[in-house]
Design a protein around this ligand. Structure first.
Ligand code: C5P
Length: 227
């Protein structure tokens, strides 16, 4: 059967990864969470003291980029591929609000983007991939057969992210999470290199008031039209 490339972009916490995982499972495709890759580089920068609340030494991070290997390994128990940095699983570490605070600054560095984009293109070269992020339909796979651009109100998105963090046992406030979502949206859509924007041929999906089943049915309809 013909395989296609599915690109899912959108603002933070719009539910991209939920749809992407559902689709990948349904179609037997690979799912690539590109946000996890930017988060992994951010985690590396934090561990090496290149970034904190007061400074960001982008040049030191750039100089160390060739020492970073990011990989994914499918975990049958959780049902998705988890992210590894230089062979060490960091799936849990990268999901904290602290990493979320710094990730957009790291993702604005062109050298970081070009290294990760190259790896993402390699991972999706045989098609049969669902990839989510901010620049998948515009930069990574501009020829993707299906491009979705997901949106939802900032409050809805912050509520989702807040609930996720609380469930993990993190101590965060809703106000902090909302501020982070808004800050990241601003930086991601105003950076010079590959700013977040809807590709001309992307289909917008507002899921502020959609339940997961209805959303999936709509997306599946779009997928089936591509075969
Ligand atoms: O998807 P997630 O919210 O985990 O992404 C974290 C951050 O990584 C985003 O806020 C953005 O700064 C960056 N990112 C990006 N390009 C992508 C995926 C993520 O710049 N393709």
């Amino acid at each position: 059967m013909k395989k296609i490339t599915i690109a899912i972009d959108g603002f933070s916490s719009t539910g991209k990864s939920t749809v992407a995982k559902q689709l990948a499972k349904h179609l037997g495709y690979i799912y690539v969470d590109t946000g996890a890759m930017y988060r992994a580089v951010t985690w590396f920068a934090m561990q090496h003291g290149f970034i904190d609340a007061h400074h960001f030494e982008a040049s030191k991070l750039v100089a160390a980029l060739n020492t970073i290997t990011i990989s994914f390994k499918f975990n049958d128990i959780v049902g998705f591929a988890e992210v590894y940095l230089n062979g060490v699983k960091i799936e849990k570490e990268i999901r904290t609000l602290e990493v979320s605070r710094y990730v957009s600054q790291v993702a604005a560095v062109s050298e970081v983007r070009s290294q990760l984009v190259q790896q993402q293109q390699q991972m999706g070269k045989d098609k049969g991939v669902v990839m989510d992020g901010r620049d998948i339909g515009t930069v990574v796979f501009p020829d993707a057969e299906l491009k979705l651009f997901m949106i939802a109100s900032a409050e809805k998105r912050a509520r989702r992210r807040f609930d996720e963090l609380i469930e993990r046992g993190d101590e965060v406030t809703y106000a902090d999470v909302l501020k982070n979502v808004e800050d990241r949206d601003y930086i991601d859509s105003h950076r010079e290199d590959s700013p977040l924007r809807k590709a001309e041929d992307a289909i917008e999906l507002d899921n502020s008031n959609l339940d997961l089943i209805t959303q999936f049915e709509r997306v599946l309809l779009l997928v089936n039209q591509r075969f």
